[in-house]
Design a protein around this ligand. Structure first.
Ligand code: UD1
Ligand code: CA
Length: 466
């Protein structure tokens, strides 16, 4: 059976009170509609149509090639929204999932479950339902005396009796594709919101004698529809627990799951330990046996096996195997550390490669540089890479030694095995194995400290200050 999906994502989401279109609000770092499209794809849908409207260009730009799009110019309701897909899907035969872009927690397992039931029973429609303690805001599932689904009634159109029903419509359904588009033609907008409700299709199919089923979600929490920031924070919490749980089951140790924030697309190897206060974002990949945290933020980085990161901020950086970073280091885009490297406290690295076994232990800025293997960069040494207009490159070859408080004024090269004396300001390249000194030679003036003190004392007495 051919499987297709329609994702509803055209609403503005007024109740979010936001400049950002609702379905682009992130849950664990990933826009809600991204979660939904990925879930639908994972269930083997051959075609996924996203209905866009508010923020159409932004939604399309985010999802990209993963879907086909139809535009719903005015938001006349969920039924009207699905109807927009008729040109693309109207001629197909098979099962169509309809799912809202604001239900990010629905899982692949649940979609597989509902599709299996739907196809096995040759139903016209199967609704994913959930029993909720607080059904307010959701459409209610109205069943007949024999327990079969008769219709869905929106909260705003409910009688008191209907409002008391706590089985709700999650907004996810499977339809027989041909029957769905035929029934949509019969939907009207005679209701309290004057919208074309997709939910009315259920009553229409049922009235014409088609099979309509309800499939109850195992976990009602999956069905949260995010309409406001309260629900957004609930969804975030639940998604975070789900993500953390999966990593733990895959062999990652969390010292404090409640204070550990992992993005939906982050990958972490077994036997890695995450200490409290860690945030891992974007496409970050962490290897095995790493120690991450406490208190570190890592975005779009690749961290290899056995590395450690403490109290540090890393963005678009690479950290080699067994390398240690921090405490209090800042790795900016393009920082690439080799294996067994040490980057210590108050070190900032940007657009620079640091070769295997090299050390930048304290208080350094290394920008636009290529540092070889087994290089030692002393405390407070920096690259001066910017003249206010241009960036220039510093090259430090293998086995070089850069003393403390050295300024390397780029462009400049320190040759293999060269030695730069502490306190030097280097403006010319240093040849291999040379020693560079670029500082004023020290002079000691015998007993002069006494004279300076006496002079200062006399000045103070003369001015009468106490
Ligand atoms: C909808 C259901 C309700 C269900 C709930 C589950 C209808 C009429 N009601 O209500 O039974 O309990 O979801 O969360 O379907 N959208 C469009 N175009 C439109 C209107 C909406 O694309 O013209 C999109 C929205 O962007 C959103 C989704 O459809 O992603 C659902 O719309 P929303 O207004 O949130 O519906 P609910 O009131 O939550
Ligand atoms: Ca909703």
């Amino acid at each position: 059976m051919k499987r297709m999906a329609v994702v509803l994502a055209a609403g503005q989401g007024k109740r979010m009170k936001s400049k950002l279109y609702k379905v682009l609000h992130p849950v664990c770092g990933k826009p809600m509609v991204g979660h939904v499209v990925d879930t639908v794809k994972a269930t083997g849908c051959q075609r996924t149509v996203v209905v866009v409207g508010h923020g159409a260009e932004k939604v399309k730009a985010y999802i990209g090639q993963d879907a086909e799009y139809v535009l719903q110019e005015t938001q006349l309701g969920t039924g009207h929204a699905v109807k927009q897909a008729k040109d693309l899907l109207g001629g197909e035969q098979g099962t169509t999932i309809v799912i809202c872009g604001d239900t990010p927690l629905v899982t692949t397992e649940t979609l597989e479950g509902i599709m299996a039931l739907h196809e096995e029973k040759s139903a016209a429609a199967t609704i994913l339902t959930a029993v909720m303690e607080q059904p307010a805001g959701y459409g209610r599932i109205i069943r007949g005396e024999d327990g079969s689904v008769l219709k869905i009634v929106e909260q705003k159109d409910c009688t008191t009796e209907e409002a008391a029903v706590n089985e709700i419509n999650t907004g996810t359904y499977c339809f027989d594709n041909a029957k769905l588009f035929a029934a949509l033609e019969k939907v009207t907008n005679t209701n309290n919101q004057q919208e074309y409700y997709l939910t009315d299709v259920i009553g229409i199919l049922r009235a014409q004698g088609d099979i309509v089923l309800g499939y109850q979600a195992h976990d009602a929490a999956e069905s949260i529809g995010v309409n406001d920031r309260l629900a957004l924070s609930e969804a975030e919490q639940l998604m975070r627990q789900r993500i953390n749980r999966n990593h733990m089951l895959n062999g990652v140790t969390f010292i404090d799951p409640a204070s550990t924030y992992i993005g939906a697309d982050v990958i972490i190897g077994a036997d890695t330990v995450l200490y409290p206060g860690v945030t891992l974002k974007g496409k970050t990949v962490i290897g095995e046996d790493c120690a991450i945290g406490p208190a570190s933020e890592i975005e779009d980085c690749v961290i290899m096996d056995g590395a450690s990161v403490k109290h540090s901020v890393l963005c678009q950086a690479e950290v080699g195997a067994r390398t240690s970073v921090g405490p209090f280091a800042y790795l900016r885009p393009g920082a690439s550390l080799g294996e067994d490297v040490k980057v210590g406290d108050f070190v900032e690295i940007k657009n620079a490669t640091i070769g295997n076994g090299s050390k930048v232990s304290h208080l350094s800025y290394i920008g636009d540089a290529e540092v070889g293997t087994n290089v030692n960069i002393g405390c407070g040494a920096i690259t001066a890479n910017y003249d206010g207009y241009n960036k220039a490159k510093t090259t430090i070859e293998d086995d070089a030694f850069i003393g403390s408080n050295v300024n390397l004024i780029a462009p400049v090269t320190v040759g293999k095995g060269a030695f730069v004396v502490a306190g030097s300001t280097i403006t010319r390249s240093v040849p291999e194995n040379d020693l560079a000194v670029a500082r004023v030679r020290q002079e000691n003036k015998t007993g002069y400290a006494e004279k300076v003190r006496a002079r200062a004392k006399a000045k103070k007495e003369q001015s009468g200050q106490s």
